[in-house]
Design a protein around this ligand. Structure first.
Ligand SMILES: [Zn+2]
Length: 327
């Protein structure tokens, strides 16, 4: 962590102190703003200077062993935000017992997530921010970049807007970039398809960058799928993949054959939409924990629109809404 309380009961933020002066603090005593336990200044040659608890494992609010990546990203975003906003680092929020990496204008919690956590914990933390009127933005470090497939954890970092569809933030320390992955769709094999917009650190006002999904970012996403889907499904069934056995069972029950889907080679669909089974079971809405909107009408519009038009080109939700708006 980067913040501690000194013996004069003042809060000390290492990001605001000249690097040369930090060394002089080494002999002093500090305490943790959250648990009040004793912490000391670590000032080695590898990681950036930071505070660590004297007795580890006693503080439930601290993310100990913060990686070089985490500390460096926190520092970079702190300075970038500070150009235009009021920023607090690791501000302990007594009421909700949480300590966001950065708190912007006392209302937006920014969490730089560089390592895995349980879905249960993520849901608790997200819900407690929401219940108490905070917006929370999870920005993902390298280990949690979106990649080609959605893991169970990653789906709970997905956000949604009418202009960007489902989207996901990534931080890249080496390239000094923040990336917006948006219009996130999936094909029947589970592979993801999306667009990427990149912002260099310091390029624009960071708050404006983070508002990009609510402005007109997106055009359309065009996908050329090469994989033979029927062949793929046949193979999954042969290997008795539980997910596909379940889908097959639903098709049988409705007197249909999963392997006679017709030409599905160009089908992609928004993440969370149960494309293969909704006609029998209706829509199951995803319970992604960052999702605060009802995406039902988006899914409905998407399905209706692409009933007759192939999904090789897909659009932001607002395009479908406009199409189905009674004039
Ligand atoms: Zn502590």
């Amino acid at each position: 962590m980067l913040v501690a309380i000194n013996k004069d009961r003042q809060i000390l933020n290492l990001l605001d102190i000249d690097r040369l002066k930090i060394k002089d603090l080494k002999a002093q005593q500090f305490s943790c703003p959250a648990c009040k336990g004793q912490v000391y200044l670590k000032h080695g040659s590898v990681r950036a200077p930071h505070f660590a608890h004297v007795s580890t494992g006693t503080c439930q609010y601290a993310s100990e062993h913060e990686s070089y990546q985490h500390l460096s990203l926190k520092k970079a975003l702190y300075h970038w935000f500070s150009e235009t906003e009021t920023v607090q680092v690791e501000q302990f929020l007594q009421k909700i017992q949480q300590r966001p990496d950065l708190l912007i204008n006392a209302s937006i919690a920014v969490e730089i997530q560089c390592s895995s956590l349980s879905v249960k914990r993520l849901r608790e933390r997200t819900n407690s921010y929401h219940r108490n009127g905070y917006t929370v933005l999870w920005l993902m470090g390298e280990a949690l970049w979106l990649g080609d497939y959605l893991s169970e954890l990653k789906q709970h970092f997905l956000y949604f807007s009418e202009s960007a569809g489902f989207y996901y933030w990534e931080l890249d320390l080496k390239a000094k970039q923040i990336r917006l992955n948006y219009l996130i769709h999936q094909d029947l094999t589970g592979k993801l398809h999306y667009l990427v917009k990149t912002f260099a650190f310091g390029s624009d006002k960071l708050l404006d960058v983070l508002r990009t999904p609510f402005k007109g970012v997106s055009k359309s996403l065009k996908v050329q799928l090469s994989q033979d889907i029927s062949h793929y499904i046949a193979r999954q069934l042969y290997y008795k993949h539980p997910k596909w056995l379940k889908v097959q069972e639903i098709y049988y029950r409705n007197g249909q054959n999963l392997l006679n889907l017709g030409n599905l080679s160009n089908v992609i669909f928004p993440v969370g939409l149960n494309r293969l089974t909704y006609q029998f079971e209706g829509l199951n809405l995803p319970d992604y924990c960052q999702l605060t909107q009802d995406v039902r009408s988006y899914y409905h519009h998407f399905i209706s629109y692409h009933q007759t038009k192939p999904c090789a080109i897909v659009y932001p939700p607002r395009v479908y809404s406009a199409f189905y708006q009674p004039s």
